[in-house]
Unconditional design. Structure first.
Length: 457
């Protein structure tokens, strides 16, 4: 399922986040739209107020320029209406524009009590803005923001992307008009001016542009060896290796690793463990190579990772606690060095396999916030039957992750999945689910830093 953004305290919300679906003429594609009143930060909808839903088909929606339907509550009574506008997405233009506006002599104080605000530069895909139609009329509204959601309209203006692009050389000024004030007062001129200070068209490269241009995916594995996994000699242990030579850790590692290894030229992977007492002095380590070679933790291919894992288990003592911040910071140090080159040459993917809730949550959040600035992604697979609800917080699908100081991630780089959901599924299904966001995360990072592929196709 997909979700729109949340809109505060509004009985007539206009949702801006589009719902994208594949359309097939030859198939009856049923669609259900549900509206909820959300008053908490949880990702589930079970504890939210259901307002109503509506069922129809994609065919009915695309057959009408503007499609309207009645929301039905559980009592089957009408509960308001929903209006849907559908549009085919243009595949012709994937570029984005970088835009910077400022206001002059506005009627209300919109940013930090000033009538002359300067807004931060923001980016928007051309396809989202106007679906590739540079002459489409665009309506831009300026509001005086209120925390309770009751924003006051200052004024609006209309333009086109063609007109906006004039600001490439010189700023473009627009009169900000408030329709109500204009209708009431003959002497009304405007509610200030909005100046487009700068606009730049930025080439948007695809994941394949970067990969085929020479970007390497550097894959690293981190395995949880805390005592909560159970003694590896006992059949109920998550690290127990039976007659078939497999367990949940190996199943997840192999499924994800087999995909990632295709994008790494030398097929040499650093593989680490954490949360165990290791030889020779058997002190607890939260970052140790599975091959016990700190100067060369690399093993050859996924088969090499499996062999190192199997050879490691008899030589360690499972202990704890479950700290993963050291692993994240270690990979982040390599990503930091890669970023210093100023090229899109190396991207890092860290696969963490763990059986329970981590004990260094604050440190981990901080590590993720810092890592979100770097060319790296983090995949966390929860192994076993533990309650992983706290881990969902690290996955930014339902909100922006922040550290203990309130600093937010620059972009969502974490994907968390409980392995138990895929025990009966094929390895390909698990790999597809946990790796689906990596291409977007890679392109977001390099696009944000204006990094082109090493070589153009």
């Amino acid at each position: 399922h997909q979700r729109t953004e949340k809109i505060k305290n509004c009985l007539c919300p206009e949702f801006a986040t589009p719902i994208t679906v594949d359309y097939y003429f030859e198939v009856v594609q049923k669609i259900k739209i549900a509206i909820y009143d959300i008053d908490n930060a949880t990702s589930t909808l079970d504890d939210d107020d259901f307002l109503g839903d509506f069922e129809t088909t994609i065919g009915q929606i695309v057959s009408n320029a503007t499609f309207k339907g009645s929301l039905k509550s559980h009592s089957k009574k009408p509960y308001g209406t929903i209006t849907i506008r559908a549009e085919e997405i243009s595949n012709m233009n994937t570029d984005i524009i970088s835009v910077k506006f400022k206001g002059e002599k506005l009627d209300k104080k919109v940013i930090k009590n000033t009538l002359n605000p300067v807004w931060k530069t923001f980016r928007i895909p051309i396809r989202t803005l106007c679906n590739g139609d540079y002459d489409r009329s665009l309506k831009i509204c300026c509001y005086d923001y209120d925390n309770d959601g009751g924003h006051d309209l200052i004024g609006v203006f209309t333009t086109t992307l063609t007109e906006m692009l004039r600001a490439t050389n010189n700023p473009v000024s627009y009169e900000c008009i408030n329709p109500k004030k204009q209708a009431k007062k003959k002497s009304y001129k405007n509610s200030g001016h909005i100046i487009l200070q700068q606009i730049t068209v930025v080439k948007q490269y695809s994941f394949l542009d970067y990969i085929m241009g020479g970007c390497q995916i550097n894959f690293t594995i981190g395995v949880d060896f805390t005592a909560s996994n159970g003694s590896p000699q006992k059949i109920n242990s998550l690290h127990y290796i039976g007659q078939h030579g497999r367990n949940q850790y190996l199943d997840a590692l192999i499924a994800v690793g087999n995909v990632c290894q295709d994008y790494d030229a030398d097929k040499l992977f650093p593989a680490f463990g954490f949360g165990a007492k290791i030889p020779p002095d058997y002190k607890v380590s939260h970052l140790f190579p599975l091959n016990f070679n700190p100067t060369n933790p690399y093993v050859a291919g996924i088969a090499g990772v499996v062999e190192a894992y199997q050879a490691c288990i008899p030589n360690i003592q499972l202990y704890g606690p479950t700290n993963i911040a050291p692993m994240i910071n270690h990979i982040a140090s390599f990503a930091t060095e890669a970023m210093k080159t100023g090229t899109a040459a190396n991207y890092f993917v860290l696969l963490l396999l763990t059986d329970g809730v981590i004990t260094d949550m604050n440190e981990t959040k901080r590590a993720i916030v810092e890592a979100s600035k770097l060319p790296m992604s983090i995949i966390i697979v929860g192994v076993g039957s533990a309650d992983f609800s706290a881990m969902e917080e690290l996955d930014g699908d339902d909100g922006v992750l922040r550290d203990s100081t309130g600093t937010a991630v620059k972009r969502d780089i974490v994907q968390f999945v409980p392995f138990r959901k895929f025990i009966q599924a094929s390895p390909e299904v698990l790999a597809k689910h946990v790796l689906a966001e990596v291409p977007k995360q890679l392109t977001q990072h390099y696009s944000a830093h204006d990094k082109e592929p090493l070589r153009h196709r």
